[in-house]
Design a protein around this ligand. Structure first.
Ligand code: ZN
Length: 135
C-alpha cells in the first residue's frame, strides 16, 4: 500500500462514518477495505433496536467488497470519534481473517486525526486466527 492508497483508504473510512446508524451508542464508526484490484469498499456501523443485530463498520465494508466480487483484502482502515483509536472487535477480526492475511495492515484512527493513524497487522490483532484455508 502506497501513501496515496493509505490516504484514500483513511478518507473513505472517515466519509463512511458520517453515514453511521448509531442512535443507541452514539459511537459512529467508518471502515474501508482496499482490495487486490485496487478498489476501496467502505462501511459504517449499523445499529439495531435489537442490539445484538448490530453490524460493525468493518463487517459492513467486507460485505460490500464481497458483494462486488472482491475477496482479497490488502489493507483495512477504521475511523471513529475518540478518545481511543477504534481497534476492531473480536468478531470483526475473525471476519477480516477470512479475506485478509496475517500481514495485512490495519490502520486505526480518530476522526480528524487521520495522519496519526496507528498501523497494526491483522496477525497482531488476531494471532492464530481460525482458518480452513492457508493464509
Ligand atoms: Zn466489530
Amino acid at each position: 500500500m502506497n501513501s496515496a492508497q493509505r490516504t484514500r483508504l483513511l478518507d473513505a473510512a472517515e466519509r463512511a462514518l458520517r453515514n453511521a446508524h448509531a442512535p443507541y451508542s452514539h459511537y459512529r464508526v467508518g471502515a474501508a477495505v482496499l482490495t487486490d484490484g485496487g478498489k476501496i469498499f467502505s462501511g459504517c456501523n449499523v445499529e439495531n433496536a435489537s442490539y445484538g443485530l448490530t453490524n460493525c463498520a468493518e463487517r459492513v465494508a467486507v460485505g460490500a467488497a464481497v458483494a462486488a466480487g472482491a475477496k482479497h483484502v490488502k489493507a483495512v482502515a477504521v475511523v471513529a470519534d475518540g478518545p481511543a483509536a477504534p481497534h476492531p472487535c473480536g468478531a470483526c477480526r475473525q471476519v477480516l481473517a477470512e479475506f485478509a492475511k496475517d500481514d495485512t495492515p490495519v490502520l486505526v484512527a480518530i476522526r480528524g486525526h487521520l495522519r496519526n493513524a496507528e498501523v497494526l497487522t491483522l496477525g497482531a490483532l488476531l494471532p492464530h486466527a481460525f482458518r480452513l484455508h492457508k493464509s
